[in-house]
Design a protein around this ligand. Structure first.
Ligand code: GMT
Length: 373
């Protein structure tokens, strides 16, 4: 099959999911065409069967805002025609579903039929999409996609509640490749922590929604009772304030900031507790990745997180903002080696049920039903 994928090319979860899914289909022998404004960060262009079509928006002094959707629709039209694509899969509704609707209409005018799958990822619905200035266009383009998927049951419910969507929304959860997470790797544990310390980690884009001050408060409470190090992985607007807080509170030697790094899996391999206290999270891909690496998770219970983290089995889900309980759950996990090993094994086993082979297969069945149906 010839598949067009539209996504954000950055470190965000939706871009990662789109890139990993496309790479998987390419490995299976399908032709995968990424259409976006820069090369997706996780994309290996040398793997074969993978193509990249850059969307260029030209600056013109008349425009206060550059018309990205127009350039994207036009690039989709060109790519579908030139590469004879069978299907377009757009990740993140804004503005991709809208641009895809326009591309489809233009192509229909030229007698070309192209089915469009829209995958909703979270903030396109819960934060951005419900903004009244986007709502009619987002609602329309979701309704007019040939198929709509959401990454969790919670996001499916939110989409129906916020937009009154009538169209069926199929839940296909995010995935990992279990074989990529191994406890053996070339980063020495001694580089990260002393032998007597536990290793705690957080991975995100350091936006407000991730509640970075909660991550630090939970860690602070834990390290007062259990010697620990915190690995802060990722980058974003809240990072500077977090670094200030760490310095002011004398924790500089116990909190390590890694920024954006390609070593996430290798760092997670040493992680014994993962923290994700987000305000809202449609899925929380980072928590699934941590579990795949064998780390239990203490997260908030918002959005789709309880669909990923099994409370009391693979970690704990706690009310948003209740940092005291989150810290207490973290201490409970870290204070007992046997208990920690049990939660670690359960986390790894549960994460394996979200395999790319299984969930990629669900996406592919959906493609087939639209292309041949
Ligand atoms: O976390 C973000 O704000 C980034 C956003 C994205 O662009 O990828 O993440 C959303 O999609 C991820 C992949 O499906 C989910 O794992 C995240 O939970 C979701 N983020 C939120 O709902 C806040």
């Amino acid at each position: 099959m010839k598949i067009g994928i539209v996504c954000y090319p950055t470190y965000g979860g939706s871009g990662v999911v789109a890139t990993e899914l496309g790479s998987y289909f390419a490995r299976l022998g399908h032709e995968v065409h990424f259409i976006t404004y820069s090369q997706p960060v996780r994309l290996d262009m040398l793997q074969g069967n993978v193509y990249y079509h850059e969307v260029n928006v030209h600056d013109y002094p008349l425009f206060q805002y550059q018309p990205y959707e127009l350039a994207l629709s036009s690039k989709m039209v060109d790519t579908v025609i030139r590469e004879k694509l069978d299907i377009l899969h757009v990740h993140y509704a804004i503005p991709h579903a809208y641009a895809a609707y326009m591309a489809k209409a233009i192509l229909a005018d030229r007698g070309i039929r192209i089915p469009v799958v829209t995958t909703l990822h979270g903030t396109d619905i819960t934060l951005v999409g419900k903004n009244p200035s986007y709502k009619p266009a987002v609602t329309f383009s979701i309704e007019h996609s040939d198929a709509v998927t959401a990454v969790s049951e919670s996001l499916r419910r939110d989409t129906i509640a916020l937009f009154g969507i009538q169209k069926e929304i199929v839940v296909i959860p995010n995935f990992i490749e279990p074989e990529r997470y191994t406890r053996e790797n070339e980063i020495q544990r001694s580089v990260l922590a002393r032998p007597d310390q536990r290793i705690i980690a957080h991975v995100s884009n350091f936006r407000k929604v991730k509640r970075i001050p909660d991550v630090l408060a939970i860690f602070d409470a834990i390290q007062k009772q259990i010697p620990s190090r915190l690995l802060m992985i990722g980058d974003g607007p809240e990072r500077e304030a977090a670094e200030d807080w760490v310095r002011t509170n004398g924790l500089s030697s116990e909190v390590l900031f890694f920024g954006k790094t390609a070593d996430v899996e290798r760092l997670l391999a040493h992680t014994q507790l993962f923290l994700l206290p987000s305000e809202t999270e449609s899925f929380g891909l980072a928590s699934l990745e941590a579990m795949a690496a064998g780390s239990p998770v203490v997260s908030s219970n918002s959005g789709g997180l309880p669909e990923v983290v099994v409370d009391g089995v693979t970690g704990f889900t706690v009310k948003v903002g209740d940092v005291q309980t989150m810290a207490a759950k973290g201490i409970y996990l870290l204070e007992d080696d046997t208990r920690l090993a049990q939660f670690s094994a359960a986390a790894k086993a549960h994460a394996a049920t979200f395999s790319l082979t299984k969930l990629g297969g669900q996406y592919f069945s959906l493609y087939e039903s639209l292309v041949h149906g």
